[in-house]
Ligand binder design. Sequence first.
Ligand SMILES: [Zn+2]
Length: 106
Amino acid sequence: MDDRLIALAEESWRGVYKDEIPDGYIPGLGRDYPHPKKAHLYKGDLSDPGKPMCKRGWNRDSGQSYSIWRGNFGRDGLCETCLKRAKQGLDGVESEPPVDNELRGA
Ligand SMILES: [Zn+2]
């Protein structure tokens, strides 16, 4: 990760939610425009965010992948679902399975 991104990440960590996030989870803000208002939590670290703590954290390819700004919060902070699940020490959620073209008859 380049220095500018690390600086951005450290800036975000100073947000009001920093102390609420259990160890082992990082916030990630979807790379969408306009920016999502809330970031989701991912079970991992800045080099490997792992899986999101709620389905909305999978924001690409109909829920099969994601593209996020690691370590960043949304203007309205964090997704409550993600925070609640992280506080319970739960694992991230699976992505949607790829669509099976044979079953669709394509
Ligand atoms: Zn979430």
